[in-house]
Design a protein around this ligand. Sequence first.
Ligand code: HT7
Ligand code: ZN
Length: 874
Amino acid sequence: TAVIHRADYQAPAYWIDTVELCFDLDPAKTRVLNRMRIRRNPDVPPQPLKLDGDELNLARVLVNGQGTSFKMEGGRLVLENLPEGSEPFELEIFTTCCPAKNSKLMGLYVSNDSFFTQCEAEGFRRITYFLDRPDVMASYTVLLRADKRKYPVLLSNGNLVDHGDLEDGRHFAKWVDPFRKPCYLFALVAGQLVAREQKIVARNGKEHLLQVFVRPGDLDKTEHAMNSLMASVAWDEARFGLPLDLERFMIVATSDFNMGAMENKGLNIFNTKYVLANQATATDTDFGNIESVVGHEYFHNWTGNRVTCRDWFQLSLKEGLTVFRDQEFSQDLAGEASARAVKRIEDVRVLRTAQFPEDAGPMAHPVRPDQYLEINNFYTVTVYEKGAEVVRMMQTLVGREGFERGMTLYFQRHDGHAVTCDDFAQAIADANTQSPLYEKLGQFKRWYSQAGTPRVRAVPQWEAGTGTWRLQLSQSNPPTPGQADKQPQVIPIAWGLIGQDGRELASGMHVLTEAHDTLVVENLASEPVPSLLRGFSAPVILDFDYSDGQLLALLEHDTDPFNRWEAAQRLAVRSALAAIHHGGEVTLDAHFVEAMRHILRHPTLDSAFKELVLTLPAETYIAEQLDVVDPQHVHAVRESMRQQLATALQPDWEAAYEANKDSGAYSPDPVSSGRRALAGLALTHLCIAARLSSDTVWPGKAYQRFKDASNMTDRFNALSALVVGGSDLARPALQKFHAMFKDEALVLDKWFALQAGAPDRGGNVLPAVKQLMQHPDFNVRNPNRARSLIFSYCSANPGAFHRADAAGYVFWSDRVMELDAINPQVAARLARALDRWRKLAEPMRGAAREAIARVAAKPDLSNDVREVVTRALA
Ligand code: HT7
Ligand code: ZN
């Protein structure tokens, strides 16, 4: 298969106006009758109709009811003798497929005896022959027929217009979607499912039915998803004036799913991980993720479905914008400014630990990529999270109201159409002609076209005589694959100045557009400490040579909570880098330890914020600051820092634990979940300290808490504290945990993940992972389970994975190849675990390259994995 280029976009040669699909559902052989009304696109020179198809068995093709000649061309069905002229014609195609054997989970597949579909990005062609591209929008009528006892629930997009019984114990349901849509938004579900239902009345008085479908037995885990859905409907109406446009909105959960969820029109299909929760089985993080994923998919109804993408290069048009919207939603629901800041810090942490490395590695690509071999490889943190930052910068540049005006204009212009990232940026700018976005739009759009993380260097100059403070700013962006030279970007820098007494002296927004620029502030009494890039106002790396004293001052006084946290992160990274560069032991600076104590003891700061400040930067984040990385050394240094914080602050951790351990009747709200998070962090440190002093009291307390906990967050945090602290009680606790939750798939995922992510002690994690692969509950074909064991080891446990004996890499290459034969999308995600191999110190570097080459040499690789390993070796 050839590389596809954005520049080669051409409008489709035909339009498909209506689609009537009739399914006879059978796991071994599902029959699909597809009747379409098609017409030539008059703007394109006449050419044959080429319909995409994949793993289909073709039985019949009729044009206007008559047999016709056709040929196959690389999986495509090519029709040359079609009626001439602009009149529509009817094309009927009859195919069969085998959902039971569909392990790729794209197209129509079976999971737990139910049928599900996944069509984004190119799965519809695995259901029927079609113009499988997002700019072909059609009206769908869907007739589903199936055995009534086995598949009592039959769902598709839109409204149920008819249903009834058929002969031989079968029944049918007919669905009509009132909105035109691209085929990637098509969905069907059939199976034994039950629903939590909720009627809601919109602002205009219209009634809607919300339904959350799950397997019988899971209904008690659907309340939070339903609450999140109701909150999402209300939020989109209140913040953006965007109403629910369907009588019925359905969510269905499946335990076999490649990603988090899918926004099919009116029929969202979700990974169970992002639907099912109750206090006994789900952690606060799970509750938070459900809220944001339910919001995300719901918000796609406008940003993605009503206005969709012209082609897949425009993916961030819907994904970046919708991530931005779900982030705003979660912040708005969090309420108070401090809780909003916590959410912002969490989002930035994802960006910096996952997207920055992507932008610096072999898979680096612009938010709007220029080429791909396999589009599934471009559902990335760059398209999603960096894309969201680009939208956030637009809001920063035009203001919140201006952004809402821009959104209104965007829908006025483009509702019902398939458009581009340019169209979006143009609408936001055109609604704000007085803004820097409008003035600099062409340059701003480099955020869409240039890959790489820009670096902003800021150098201060203080002129005591005149009280003038200058900040010399310069920006640069390193080369990325295919892009050697970069042009300056538009970088909004929110700033503030803190005086000697800790008070804020001035603040503002500087929009950096040139390669070099100077910010000047006059009439200052003494040299200030700058707080730069407040709230992380742009997705850049900021270099400023802060002294330790300045960082401590920011940690203590900054009015911007993001930069308070950032100051602690900088201090911690600095200690880690010093230890790594000098090859020796880390000795934490006494001032840093005191500052941490001060935060931990602080009478008014939120527990959630304290937990973030006291959590050391991730190993991958520390590794990104280095040119050559020995992941085991990074791990050892971070562990040593954690041990020092554990022992030096022991009484403070005890006090924090006692003050936060009881969070009252369970509720996943920010205040009580923050208390649980801090209690959990404290317990981990107390178990670490106990190991160092051979104390058994705290592991005993952790074990007791593990047993007595009334919610999964406390229980899992206690279990994790025992595992991380290396306590002898970890083993019996893990066994007990398994016995308690052996029937809860999502909890077992946590059980596998905790063991695969455990700190390595003498190379013990890999053998444990290999043994767990033999566990009766392990199933490599289930993506959640594969991720919980294999990914947790290869992608989330660098200290254990990057072994000098290369055994981790051999394991990785075996798993990539094994998974590729089952599910290429999942395999390709795993393949990315070695993206940053070039930075590794020897002997890991050579061993990693060998492992990648081993995968690349396999002859029958999927496009998905081939693209990842080829780029890695390029
Ligand atoms: N838009 C959805 C993307 C998605 C997906 C893509 C490829 C393969 C499987 C998939 N499942 C869902 C998810 C979202 O961003 O909302
Ligand atoms: Zn999305």
